[in-house]
Structure formats: C-alpha cells, structure tokens
Design a protein around this ligand. Structure first.
Ligand SMILES: [Zn+2]
Ligand SMILES: [Zn+2]
Ligand SMILES: [Zn+2]
Length: 417
C-alpha cells in the first residue's frame, strides 16, 4: 500500500526501473495515498510490471524443514525429483521427463564461512554487498551462542507454523542500512512504505503476533539491539519501533512461494505429447500430489515474505484488474493484467486470499480493516454496500464461527455461503 517508486538500492533494481515504463506511481489523495496507474493500454494476461524485492526472507521453520532456497532470491534449490521424493516421503521416486526440471544445480554455491546456500555467485555477491557482511554468523554449524542465532531460535519458539512473518526480514532491513554507503537513500526507500498512526501500528503488531507475544517483545527487542544496534536507526531498537517494523511488514509484505517441482509440473503441462502419453503423465502427476498431500499437507513451497516498492504501491480492490505471480522460481514478482486495462486506469490487486475474497461485503471489510487498517470502497464493495446495513449480531457470530473453521482447515475448501 501507498509507497512510491523511490530510489534504487542496487544495479539490478536500476535496470528494473526502465523496464516498467508502462506504469507510473501517482499520489491520489490523503485517504488512498499513492496508487499505480497504466501509462498505456494493456491486454488481458499482459505483464504490467516486474520487480525484485528490496529485501526478502524465507520463513525460519520453512528453512528448518529442509525447503532449500537461495538466501538472496529465494529460488527453490532442490531438483524437482528431490523435492518430490522429500514431500511424498518416497526416496526411490523417479520423475519422468527429467528435462522439465530446469534447475541449474551446477551454478549453486554457498557462503564460504556460514555455508548458507545461494543459487548463483551473482546472488551470493549481491547478498554480501547488501547485508550479508553484517548477518554472516561465520561458521557452519553456527555457534549456538551467536547473538543472531539466539535471536532466530527465540523467534522460532515464539512463532510456530503456519508462518506469516519472520524476524529475518527485519534483520535484513537493519543490515542493509548498516552496510549502506548512503544510509539516507536506503532509509528513504524503507520510509516510503505505508505507515500508520503509532497506536494503530501497535494494535496491528499485537494482532499479527498473537497475544502471548506482548510480554515477549521486550525480550526480542533486547536481543535485536544486542545483535545489530545502529545509531542512525536507534528508533527501530525500542519496543514501539519493533512493533512499527512488524506492522510495516504486515501491511506491505508480499508472501513469496517458490518450488522447482511446480516449475517442473508447469513445464510438463506444456509438453506436446501423444494422447496416451499425456494421459499417463497427467495421472502420474495427480497421484504424486495425492501422495504429497498425505505426507506434507499443504506445505508445498519454499515460503517467505518480501518488501517490494512498486507492488506495495498497488491499492486493493475486491474486484482487481491485476494479480501478482512468481514465474521464475524466485522472488522476482510479475504483475499480470486479469482483463484489458486502458491508459490512465488504476492498477489494483486483491490483498485477500482466495478464500476471503469470496466472503460477504461485511466480512471483507472486517478483514481489511483489521489487517490493513483501511475501509474498502471498490466497485464491488459499493455495489454491495446495502448488504452491510443488514448485518445483525447473529451474522457477525456466524462469521466468527466460519473464521474459526477456516483457521483449522487450511486447504481453502471452506468458503462462506
Ligand atoms: Zn538466488
Ligand atoms: Zn555467511
Ligand atoms: Zn472492496
């Protein structure tokens, strides 16, 4: 929400700025902040813009459970076959059409000190240039007493899966500032993310982190200061500052999911095969997903979250004209048109997950208000706004019940009727 194009943190982003000439960021009004607008006509399925994140980080439990991802770009680094074997708990599984796995394992490398994995020397060099000098724990396995290791373990023990945020993205923001030559440039990039009044942020942080976390924030803040304190961002190293950072990530962060297996399946779908071979391959893949669901549930991807300057400027609509995709098996984001878009039109994405976006007007407003601190007045909400007047306390209770149900099912099959 509501940031601006801002400056570029490195050469890779500088290249992006010129790639995205079809769109521009404009200030709308004080209520809506900034928005992204089309500079020309687009057809349905066209790419509107592509973007690399300022920072991205894999969730710590996801990493712990051996979802191997590049520490810089989050590329899934297992071969499709290794990933399928692990997720289906079948170590002798052999995938047909191995050419559909496009992973370039020969390019993989690691930090020579701490051994965190990188998909390429380019990613390793960019991580070292941006933040890894500060965040390298120096050896593998790391010293369990290292302040960053203690901080991450503490976080993990406070936040069990399913994960929605991670202390590592905060670590990377701080380390990026610490390593920057021109600190004010980096700070202005982070300051452009949507921020709200202090009391609202504090409430949001509490909601995002759960009630048991309220007592633990002091512990976490102390550890963070011990590991990474920096004078020019002293305001981040207070309990209120940490809550503000967590609220910033909650409101602006974009979930990232990568999987070399899903790239493989996508490539298999595109193969031109004779009818019987096509049928055999399709039923093989269907069975694979049944086996995976039995062993691993819905945790299929390398998962994390990231901060993007352009994507975070896209306002929400319950009837969006664009969606966010990850098509390169890494954190490079693509915004794609869901229908034809004409020059001058605002580009809107939907902040709600698939399940929540089918809910009633009242439910959607409630989720958006609690998680993003705004009232939606999109076309769909305006059309349905009379429904809100009929909301009774009975309906409210009903929706509360449904929310509880949703929380337990996780597979997104429960929708409100
Ligand atoms: Zn990478
Ligand atoms: Zn290292
Ligand atoms: Zn709406």
């Amino acid at each position: 929400m509501a940031a601006s194009m801002g400056m570029c943190l490195n050469a890779r982003d500088a290249a992006d700025c010129t790639k995205n000439e079809g769109i521009c960021v404009r200030f709308i009004d004080n209520l809506r902040g900034k928005g992204v607008f089309a500079n020309r006509d687009f057809k349905s399925n066209d790419t509107l813009f592509t973007e690399n994140p300022l920072v991205c980080a894999q969730f710590l439990w996801n990493e712990f459970y051996r979802y191997t991802a590049c520490e810089f770009c989050m590329r899934s680094m297992e071969t499709a076959q290794d990933m399928a074997r692990r997720l289906s708990a079948n170590p002798s599984l052999v995938l047909p059409h191995p050419e559909c796995c496009t992973l370039q394992s020969e390019k993989h490398t690691a930090c020579p000190q701490c051994q965190v994995p990188y998909c390429s020397t380019e990613c390793r060099d960019q991580a070292v240039a941006q933040y890894h000098q500060v965040l390298c724990v120096g050896q593998s396995p790391p010293d369990p007493e290292h302040p960053l290791v203690v901080l991450q373990e503490t976080w993990k023990n406070m936040h069990y899966p399913p994960e929605t945020a991670s202390i590592t993205i905060i670590n990377k923001m701080i380390a990026t500032v610490k390593q920057a030559q021109k600190k004010e440039h980096v700070l202005s990039a982070f300051n452009q993310f949507c921020q709200k009044a202090n009391n609202e942020e504090q409430e949001l942080a509490h909601k995002l982190l759960g009630s048991q976390f309220q007592e633990q924030i002091d512990t976490l803040q102390g550890m963070l200061a011990g590991a990474l304190y920096e004078d020019c961002i002293s305001q981040w190293f207070t309990p209120e500052g940490l809550r503000s950072l967590i609220a910033l990530i909650g409101m602006n962060g974009q979930g990232v999911g990568t999987s070399s297996l899903s790239v493989y399946v996508h490539n298999c779908d595109a193969l031109d095969l004779p009818g019987d071979e096509r049928q055999a391959l399709d039923s093989f893949i269907d069975q694979l997903y049944v086996d995976i669901e039995r062993e691993s549930g819905t945790f299929l991807n390398c998962e994390g979250s990231a901060l993007y300057q352009l994507q975070s400027c896209c306002n929400h609509s319950c009837q969006p004209n664009a969606e966010i995709q990850f098509n390169d098996n890494n954190s490079t984001l693509t915004a794609v048109a869901l229908r034809d878009i004409t020059e001058g039109e605002e580009i809107c994405i939907c902040y709600l997950d698939e399940c929540s976006r089918e809910r009633s007007h009242h439910s959607r407003q409630k989720i958006l208000r609690e998680n993003y601190l705004f009232h939606c007045s999109c076309v769909k909400c305006l059309e349905q706004c009379d429904d809100a007047d009929q909301t009774s306390s009975d309906e409210e209770e009903e929706e509360e019940d449904e929310e509880t149900q949703d929380a337990v099912t996780e597979d997104g099959t429960v929708m409100d009727t």
